[in-house]
Design a protein around this ligand. Sequence first.
Ligand SMILES: Nc1ncnc2c1ncn2[C@@H]1O[C@H](COP(=O)(O)OP(=O)(O)OP(=O)(O)O)[C@@H](O)[C@H]1O
Length: 284
Amino acid sequence: MTGSATDGEAPAVDAVSCSGLRYSFGETRAVDGLDLTVRDGECFGLLGPNGAGKTTAIRCMTTLLPVPASLVHVFGHDAAREPMAVRRLLGYVPQQLSADAGLTGRENVALFARVFDVPRRERARRVGQALAAVGLTAAADRLAQTYSGGMVRRLELAQALVSAPRLLILDEPTIGLDPIARTNVWEHINAVRAATGMTVLVTTHYMDEADQYCDRVALMHRGRVRALGTPAELRRGLKDRLGTDGPLPTLEDVFRDVAGSGLDDQSGDFRNVRSTRRTASRVG
Ligand SMILES: Nc1ncnc2c1ncn2[C@@H]1O[C@H](COP(=O)(O)OP(=O)(O)OP(=O)(O)O)[C@@H](O)[C@H]1O
């Protein structure tokens, strides 16, 4: 864990800190020595090709996958030693569908409020606030099965927000959405950030979103970070390295430069493709 201390001030605690994180599924090393710090209050993008290890890394941070002690900290709490403290601090929107189509929007969010132990007397207010924060007040009492893909994604956002997390982790929050719905999801995320100072960690395959909305990004490839910085720094760095005149390269150019031959048949597998398509089709 790192933090910059100035005279008389307590050192800032990072939202997430991973050092030398490894995780394997049998023979497959999904995360291979990941060093990563997400600062308190920033919007941090974790990018990388299919199979790079992004979801696995996130699942380690959320305590959904077990990790050895001292490798992952969330606001200073060790994910292995203090999993409950870590869980209380974060909201997680996974790639997979987490809303129940047979419940109304309000009932879905209320369910999460109960699971996250929001005090009973505050629940109705907090559920209403979370729905309002994502623009679903008018649709709150309709069944989720009547929602569009963008509304489902915003409902899942409300579910994660109802516990007022200090850290919101979003795994491909806009996958399969049309451009207007994508912008809309981001506007709601940013409004909550502005109001609360919440930290956001997001994975996305949309480089334009990372460029526009993330303060810093890490490009992951084959289980570890290959490039890290603000989108502007990474783009400038590539331009300087290539020594070319002309416009600044895009973040997509940086991505291709880092992943390079990694965007090959080794990258991802049938399981990745299937899960990505499923996610895209259910929100589409
Ligand atoms: N439950 C699992 N069982 C076996 N292998 C897995 C499992 N989950 C992930 N893997 C493997 O671990 C590696 C990293 O996968 P992971 O899902 O973390 O990548 P990712 O960067 O999130 O990919 P995507 O962008 O497609 O979501 C891949 O080779 C994947 O096949």
